[in-house]
Design a protein around this ligand. Structure first.
Ligand SMILES: C[S@@+](CC[C@H](N)C(=O)[O-])C[C@H]1O[C@@H](n2cnc3c(N)ncnc32)[C@H](O)[C@@H]1O
Length: 218
């Protein structure tokens, strides 16, 4: 079993509780996330690929903004949750590190809470750029989720295989986008999400953290 197989199994096991938490937060969070994604991407309608789509909440918001959205994930359990709750999105099994689509098929690639758990984020971003049409956008959201070191939900060898999982600042994640050749890379702290997390609480097992939007253009 590869590290990626173990990661996929973990997310499939966690999918029901992950989806439940996301749905609980939906009434509080939708307006803030809609505004974040509307500002992160050019005006709809775009062809958008949401990688590591999970239970599909980002894909759902993007579709709500008028984009044509494809969501990929390697966890069958997550995709099952996504298909059960989100309409108007094409959900498929697919690897965020090497998505299997023709070159120049999308105007934007999005990835929320995914960079930290990629086995090869640099290769992933290079692949995403090839999928973009000229001037296309990559927009990711992530944070320093584990500042105190590995947690026990992944085995120790998996933590070692994930270059960004133990980052103590957002700089290494931004550097992956900058070094991939994207232009106009911008890092924006998401204060609205921090305030919502303060008010409604963070996901189980998490600490209150600033989340960052990082965007760049191909
Ligand atoms: C923390 S969840 C984020 C889900 C969703 N993007 C969101 O914002 O709620 C991380 C997701 O990344 C997926 N994932 C991890 N590695 C992946 C890979 N190489 N390819 C596709 N999906 C992957 C997991 O299965 C999981 O659904």
């Amino acid at each position: 079993m590869t590290a990626q197989d173990s990661i996929n199994d973990y997310w499939t096991g966690r999918a029901p509780s992950y989806a439940e938490y996301q749905l609980q937060r939906l009434p509080h969070d939708t307006a803030a996330w809609s505004s974040i994604w509307a500002e992160a991407l050019p005006a709809a309608p775009l062809d958008v690929l949401d990688v590591g789509t999970g239970s599909g909440q980002v894909a759902s918001i993007l579709a709500g903004l008028g984009h044509r959205v494809t969501g990929i994930d390697l966890s069958e359990g997550m995709l099952e949750q996504a298909r059960a709750t989100v309409k108007d999105v094409d959900f498929r099994i697919g690897d965020a590190v090497a998505p299997n689509f023709p070159e120049a098929s999308f105007d934007a690639v999005t990835a929320r809470y995914v960079m930290w758990t990629l086995r090869d984020p640099e290769s992933a971003v290079r692949h995403w750029i090839r999928l973009l049409r000229p001037g296309g956008t990559i927009a990711v959201v992530d944070s320093t989720w584990f500042p105190h070191g590995p947690q026990d939900f992944y085995e120790p060898e998996i933590w070692q295989a994930l270059p960004l999982a133990q980052a103590t600042s957002i700089a290494p994640t931004a550097a992956v986008l900058e070094q991939s050749g994207l232009t106009d890379v911008r890092v924006t702290p998401l204060t609205s999400i921090y305030e919502l997390d303060q008010k409604y609480g963070v996901a189980p097992g998490h600490e209150l953290q600033t989340q960052y939007l990082i965007t760049g253009r191909a």
